[in-house]
Design a protein around this ligand. Structure first.
Ligand code: ADP
Ligand code: MG
Length: 401
């Protein structure tokens, strides 16, 4: 069983709580561009501060590749966090070494210490044992509240809890797990929608969901792979060739519970007379030709998918219906977001579980009108498909030994 904050000793006064948070936030000109993930960490930090524990925070940001990269420093996050939490947040670089240990011991009650990007060190993603030992010296107990990185076995996620006890999952992780577990025994009708581009990562999960969902809506580049598996011409569209066999078996097992787009928004490229012309058209899926790229579901599919959500009791959505970053191919994704919000208003339990799908729902200004948006797409997918996460297992094993 996963241990949560409530399982920690009652007296935490003065204890340094080493907290792995997920501050992998977008930066723009050295400023935090979206503080959603910082806000998501506040309940756990407030819980610890209320008990007079001294929080020491570890996080990664981006992919610096094991070297310091000033553009990926967590220092702007320290000021954003201070503003949101209303306390003094000290910042220390690098995140390991004697200086960091001293800074953690010097923390005064009410202060928080944020250490520099863990991925500035090569040992983080390599799950280096020596780095884990150095990081473990920053705390007297460990809390993992970085839901978005629980599927990674890195020094700060699985290495540290193997060395530092007690160890527990934070309030954000607890809330995410509760929500995702509810989807294991969903209310019915249970509708799922899958889209996006990371087909290799998702097709196995889709297969599992196809077994228990009442209706499966497929969009995004994923839909092209399913159409191709049925022998439909997909032109220049993104198709995952290696997933065609599994797509075929999902289609034959799922029967008419699986819905594919009947039309698509395509980009048409015509080369002629030295200049290239580009146009966008909606076509039936049987009219996709070489030279066309399907980048969104079409208007008919939009309506069909929205109707499919009417009356559902639970809805899980991973992956945008199209290339929504381009306004010409955003309508399918936004229509599904609207339909999800409408279903929520009718009492359905609706969960958005993917980084880009979550961004799309936010861009449509509908985040407050769905039941739950996961803060970690990859972690959510892995937990939903296997029921396990390396970062959680590390907490449990520690408690047993
Ligand atoms: P999520 O982060 O929600 O799990 P993915 O990472 O799998 O989703 O995919 C998101 C990306 O898929 C988006 O950047 C989107 O533009 C892209 N995408 C969606 N539909 C298509 C398509 N038909 N062709 C190419 N890219 C697509
Ligand atoms: Mg993504």
């Amino acid at each position: 069983m996963t241990r949560f904050l409530s399982a920690l000793p009652a007296d935490l006064a003065g204890k340094r709580a080493l907290v792995r948070v997920d501050y992998n936030v977008p930066l723009d000109a050295g400023q935090v561009a979206d503080a959603t993930r910082i806000e998501a960490s506040l309940p756990t930090l407030r819980w610890l501060l209320r008990r007079d524990a001294r929080p020491v925070l570890l996080s990664h940001l981006g992919r610096p590749g094991g070297r310091p990269d000033p553009g990926l420093s967590l220092s702007p996050v320290a000021s954003a966090l201070a503003g949101l939490l209303g306390t003094e947040v000290r910042f220390f670089a690098p995140c390991d070494g004697e200086g960091a240990v001293r800074a953690s011991r010097a923390l005064k009650p009410g202060q928080v210490l944020l250490a520099e990007n863990t991925r500035f060190l090569p040992g983080e993603t390599a799950n280096d044992a020596a780095l884990a030992r150095r990081l473990a010296r920053l705390g007297d107990l460990f809390v993992n509240d970085a839901f978005g990185t629980l599927h990674r076995a890195h020094a700060s996620t699985t290495g540290v809890p193997a060395l530092l006890r007690p160890a527990a999952a934070g309030l954000l992780v607890e809330r995410e797990l509760k929500t995702l577990s509810a989807l294991a025994q969903p209310r019915r009708p249970f509708v799922v929608a899958f889209g996006g581009a990371k087909i290799g990562d998702k097709i196995e999960l889709l297969r599992r969901f196809a077994e228990r969902a009442d209706l499966i809506l497929v969009g995004g580049a994923l839909a092209n792979t399913f159409l191709r598996a049925q022998g439909v011409e997909t032109g220049a569209s993104l198709v995952e060739e290696s997933a065609l066999d599994i797509a075929r078996s999902i289609l034959s097992a799922g029967g008419d519970r699986i819905r594919l787009p009947t039309d698509a928004m395509v980009l048409v490229r015509a080369d002629g007379e030295g200049k290239r012309a580009e146009s966008v058209r909606s076509v039936g899926v049987d009219a996709i030709r070489p030279g066309m790229t399907a980048l969104d579901i079409g208007p008919e599919s939009r309506v069909r998918y929205a109707e499919a959500l009417r009356g559902c009791a639970a809805f899980f959505w991973n992956g945008p219906m199209g290339l929504f970053e381009d306004p010409r191919f955003a309508a399918g994704t936004f229509a599904l977001a609207e339909a999800g919000a409408a279903a929520t208003a009718e009492g359905a339990f609706t969960v958005i579980g993917g980084g880009d799908s979550a961004a799309a729902v936010r861009r449509a200004d509908l985040s407050d009108r769905v039941s739950h948006i996961c803060t970690g797409g990859g972690a959510a997918l892995e937990y939903l498909s296997s029921g396990r996460l390396p970062g959680l297992d590390a907490l449990i094993e520690r408690r047993r030994s």
